[in-house]
Design a protein. Structure first.
Length: 318
């Protein structure tokens, strides 16, 4: 329901060719990503005849980690269907169903990485977000991603936990690529809207990086990062909407058009500057602490090369 409303909002300006194009592209991309999710559910139903996430946990966990599955069932007193229990005992998972689990997770990851705009599924964001009205781009970049991140974390870290050897490396690689590609794309951006879009790709990379570490501290860090970034992005996009309203003769705002913003509104200009510094991770703004927590996760895993590389890249792009 959320996706369909956003498709309509993206093409709400029927007299604007770019808005219609953005809505059509977003509809096609959304349908493609949803088809991946439906395909993953189809594969599971084809092999097990079940749709429940708890059955997915039981099916994968029974064969890969029987002790943790037994504890999970005992603690929560979960009752599964007799058909699924019989099915689980009838075949050897490692011999005949390993590739099925791989495909299920791959399709699931493709769907949610598409919706988050993480590399390599990020190329659609610039055309859709820039073509849509600015207020709709604000909804697409922030509010639409919050529930996706929550569902993504809950499913991966609860029901697909025992399959972490399949998906952890994939989303880790995607997160690093998102940080690198987003920072390099920001070097050549002159339009303010596109700059915010490339920034959202980088922030998505940090979120997915924390998810790939798989610890309680990393999950808390994800929600704190989402909260801080959402507040900063709301102020950034709000100021952008105000600029578009004041400068009616400008169809697309460039960075040069932000000159004289202080004369337009002193208070909002100050908040705009603070939000930019927060998103860039400048001490001692809230965005600095959210990135600091993620860097602490990286250093705890002794990935010092990655830490210094991201730190230098972040400093240069800022």
């Amino acid at each position: 329901m959320q996706s369909f409303s956003l498709y309509i909002f993206s093409a709400i300006k029927r007299d604007c060719m770019y808005s219609i194009e953005a809505g059509l592209k977003y509809f096609i991309i959304g349908a493609l990503s949803s088809s991946f999710l439906v395909m993953s559910f189809y594969l599971f139903y084809f092999y097990t005849g079940c749709f429940s996430f708890l059955d997915i946990y039981y099916y994968t966990g029974f064969h890969l980690d029987s002790e943790s599955t037994v504890n999970f069932i005992d603690v929560f007193d979960i009752e599964f269907t007799n058909d699924l229990k019989k099915l689980s005992f009838d075949f050897n998972f490692f011999e005949s169903k390993l590739y099925f689990s791989y495909l299920l997770v791959y399709f699931f990851l493709a769907c949610f990485l598409f919706k988050l705009g993480s590399v390599p599924f990020h190329s659609w964001m610039h055309d859709v977000y820039e073509g849509a009205p600015t207020t709709i781009s604000f909804l697409l970049s922030i509010l639409s991603k919050i529930p996706v991140i929550y569902v993504f974390q809950q499913i991966l870290c609860n029901f697909f936990k025992v399959l972490s050897f399949v998906w952890a490396d994939i989303i880790f690689f995607s997160s690093i690529c998102s940080i690198i590609v987003g920072n390099f794309l920001s070097f050549k951006q002159f339009r303010l809207k596109r700059l915010l879009i490339t920034s959202s790709i980088v922030q998505t990379g940090y979120i997915v990086l924390a998810l790939s570490i798989q610890s309680l501290y990393s999950y808390i860090t994800v929600y704190f990062f989402v909260l801080v970034y959402s507040i900063s992005a709301i102020m950034l996009w709000g100021m952008l909407c105000l600029l578009m309203k004041k400068k009616t003769k400008v169809s697309t705002l460039s960075i040069v058009n932000t000159s004289g913003m202080f004369e337009l509104n002193n208070v909002l200009s100050l908040f705009f500057l603070m939000s930019l510094l927060s998103v860039a991770g400048i001490p001692f703004f809230p965005g600095f602490f959210s990135k600091l927590f993620i860097f602490s996760l990286v250093t705890k895993l002794s990935m010092y090369t990655l830490f210094f590389f991201i730190l230098i890249l972040r400093a240069v792009s800022s």
